[in-house]
Design a protein around this ligand. Structure first.
Ligand code: NAD
Ligand code: ZN
Length: 364
């Protein structure tokens, strides 16, 4: 195995696993699978933009040791639905996929969440391997075991905690990722920078040119830092009863923005970046954090160059209504992750509607 591959262990009692992060390390796939004591049958779930680029390569790596079948879901968030899940169950049954077979999720967060949900439920759970191909999936969704699909009444409402057997993260996949998707991943990266503190934040700020150039060794370094932070948090709180909620920094605002724009024209990661700006505005008004720090985050986010969709101007009253309906709302209070400092965030109820309404003005 390559010397330049980082290995991170996720320790979760009965179901720990390793995350390997490298450049070209997908070539270790078959060797890794052999270490898992799984049967020969592999079901790859992917989506056309990714499978056109990488399916041949991945199946070549699996030949001749493994028996591979492949299913493509339509690209996009709307595939995270019961209809597609049910089609995949039928396809798995028709292909005699059994208890010790393995589902490989080859794609971004949509493929990972959906394939993971299928793996968690088919025959009460079969092996799951993540090969995340988007930056968001590499730093966030492939780690921690949240799998699920959407319901017409809301996103990610149906799901489970189901850990993969292994995650193989190859930064060379990112070479073909579109810029706006890459920026979405940066939303989560900046979130980790804020949660963990100055070293990662500074690394992002001082290396933005290399980040835009998708410098592989820098990416390995940054993704590793993010995965370590998420791993540490998930190890403490696998089922999100406590500190795992910190990972929702910016997300309550983001969900409101995504709903407001009907999940069109504003992608999740872009909404997260805008949401982080709002969360910092609230933190400042509540006297938790000084304005220099708020300005520093504002400047970094502005460098991501995200535009509020031009088709519909922001309506703070409506956004607040949506936030109050969010599943993280308890007793009518909105619980927000706010920042006292870099590396020091808290989850706290916020009751002052006027202040929340005002916080949206930082987006104008
Ligand atoms: N489970 C979790 O903990 C968790 C955390 C965060 C987000 N999510 C979920 O993740 C999803 C978003 O994930 P995403 O941002 O990866 O979106 P996505 O899966 O839709 O991928 C974005 C786009 O990039 C394409 N793509 C992916 N990899 C590519 C590559 N290497 N080259 C070219 N194109 C590529 C995809 O086909 C898609 O068109 C949402 O459904 C969200 O709910 C889950
Ligand atoms: Zn997110």
């Amino acid at each position: 195995m390559d010397q330049n591959v980082s290995k991170i262990q996720v320790n979760l009692n009965a179901h720990g696993y390793n995350v390997f992060i490298g450049d070209g390390n997908i070539s270790d796939l078959s060797e890794h699978l052999h270490s898992l004591q799984i049967s020969r049958q592999i079901a790859i779930i992917s989506t056309p933009p990714v499978s056109h680029l990488y399916l041949q390569k991945v199946t070549d790596l699996l030949n001749p040791d493994w028996d591979v079948v492949h299913y493509d879901i339509p690209d996009g968030e709307s595939s995270k639905c019961t209809d597609i899940v049910s089609k995949i169950y039928t396809w798995l049954l028709n292909n005699q996929i059994e208890r010790n077979s393995t589902i490989i999720a080859l794609g971004g967060g949509v493929v990972g969440d959906l394939a993971g949900f299928v793996a968690a439920t088919y025959l009460r759970g079969i092996n799951l391997v993540h090969l995340p191909t988007s930056l968001l999936a590499q730093v966030d969704s492939s780690i921690g075991g949240k799998v699920g699909i959407n319901h017409p009444l809301g996103k990610n409402l149906i799901g489970a905690f189901y850990q993969p057997r292994i995650v193989i993260t190859d930064v060379s996949f990112l070479d073909t990722l579109a810029l706006d998707e890459y920026v979405c991943g940066m939303g989560e990266v900046i979130k980790y920078g804020i949660i963990s503190g100055d070293p990662l934040l500074k690394k992002i700020e001082t290396n933005l040119d290399a980040i835009w150039n998708k410098d592989h060794s820098l990416l390995i370094n940054i993704i590793e830092a993010c995965v370590r932070i998420k791993t540490e948090i998930v190890e403490q709180d696998e089922k999100e009863t406590g500190v795992r909620a910190y990972l929702n920094l910016g997300h309550t605002f983001a969900h409101a923005l995504e709903t407001f724009y009907h999940y069109e024209r504003l992608k999740h990661g872009q909404a997260v970046l805008l949401g982080i700006k709002c969360a910092f505005a609230v933190s400042q008004v509540m006297g938790m954090i000084n304005k220099q720090k708020v300005a520093r985050i504002g400047q970094l986010i502005d460098r991501m160059n995200i535009k509020i969709p031009a088709n519909k101007s922001l309506d703070p009253v409506r956004l607040l209504e949506i936030m109050k309906r969010d599943k993280k709302t308890r007793d009518g209070n909105i619980n927000l992750v706010l920042a006292k400092d870099f590396g020091d965030v808290i989850l706290t109820p916020v009751t002052d509607d006027k202040m929340l309404l005002k916080s949206f003005s930082v987006l104008e």
